[in-house]
Design a protein around this ligand. Structure first.
Ligand SMILES: C[S@@+](CC[C@H](N)C(=O)[O-])C[C@H]1O[C@@H](n2cnc3c(N)ncnc32)[C@H](O)[C@@H]1O
Length: 258
């Protein structure tokens, strides 16, 4: 059980279903090691982009989350909504967490989590910060009223697997709110991004050519809205609701993996 407020969210390993796509343990280990390595410098090298763009985009994300949670209270009788942040990193979204939620945040990198823990302490945010793989969330089905991820599915080795997990843990009235960068709209530019992707991955751990909006659908989530926040639709704010099934439609399809 995880502490997080008056109620508690269970974090228990679940039994994998027979038809589940296996996790690429090696690629996941590489991602973890990469973020462990960059953790001490992460806030520094993201600083300029954070100040110029990310900060205002984060505000938009949390406006959507807060509006969703506000609407839930009377409609669904949810007194203390459960919020999950996937890939919390160094905790840059922590200042935005609403007071009224029971918050849990996970990341694959213990070193990134260490930074997030310090930030949570400083901000006095009651949040359970747990080492966990987005591709195999240790939460029961339908555990959360809202799931947030910002700039995460560019680096999760199998993004569809991770997004399917989000679909699984969302309550039926839940929403996933995702801020992600992805392959540009223009095919010509997209091909250039494809060309440079291996270098980007090596340098930063992030794929620059993921088709994340499509991956959200492949994972079985139902897209409610997609808002382009930058030129070429490279950065998008995606709001999705729980789909009828955990990506059943795409279990056989080829996955975009790194
Ligand atoms: C680009 S950082 C973004 C951090 C934070 N969300 C932000 O907006 O600043 C990507 C984060 O995703 C985490 N991550 C990558 N793959 C993951 C996985 N499979 N499970 C959980 N976290 C993962 C990384 O460790 C890293 O902290």
């Amino acid at each position: 059980m995880i502490m997080g407020g008056s109620k508690r969210v269970r974090a228990e390993p679940r039994t994998p279903k027979a038809d589940e796509i296996p996790i690429d343990v090696e690629a996941t280990g590489v991602t973890r090691a990469r973020y462990d390595r960059v953790a001490p410098l992460y806030d520094f090298y993201e600083g300029l982009m954070e100040a110029l763009f990310f900060r205002s985009w984060r505000r938009l994300v949390w406006e959507v989350v807060k509006e969703h949670l506000r609407r839930l209270a009377p409609a669904e009788g949810v007194v203390k909504p459960r919020l999950l942040e996937v890939g919390v990193g160094t905790g840059k979204n922590l200042p935005h967490y609403p007071e009224s939620v029971e918050a849990v945040a996970i990341d694959i990198s213990e070193k990134m989590l260490e930074r997030a823990r310090k930030r949570a302490q400083k901000l006095k945010k009651p949040v359970a910060l747990l080492p966990m793989d987005a591709q195999a969330l240790a939460f029961p089905d339908e555990a959360f009223d809202a799931v947030v991820a910002t700039f995460v599915f560019c680096s999760v080795p199998d993004p569809v697997l991770g997004l399917r997990e989000i679909n699984r843990v969302l309550k039926p009235h839940g929403r996933a709110v995702l801020l992600e960068h992805m392959r540009p709209r223009s095919e010509r530019l997209g091909k250039i991004f494809d060309l440079f992707n291996p270098i980007a991955v090596r340098l930063t751990g992030a794929n620059i050519n993921r088709r994340t909006a499509e991956n959200v659908q492949k994972a079985g989530l139902e897209i409610e809205s997609v808002r382009d926040l930058s030129a070429q639709g490279i950065v998008k704010l995606i709001v999705a609701r729980k789909g009828p099934d955990e990506g059943a439609s795409d279990k056989e399809a080829e996955h975009e993996r790194s």
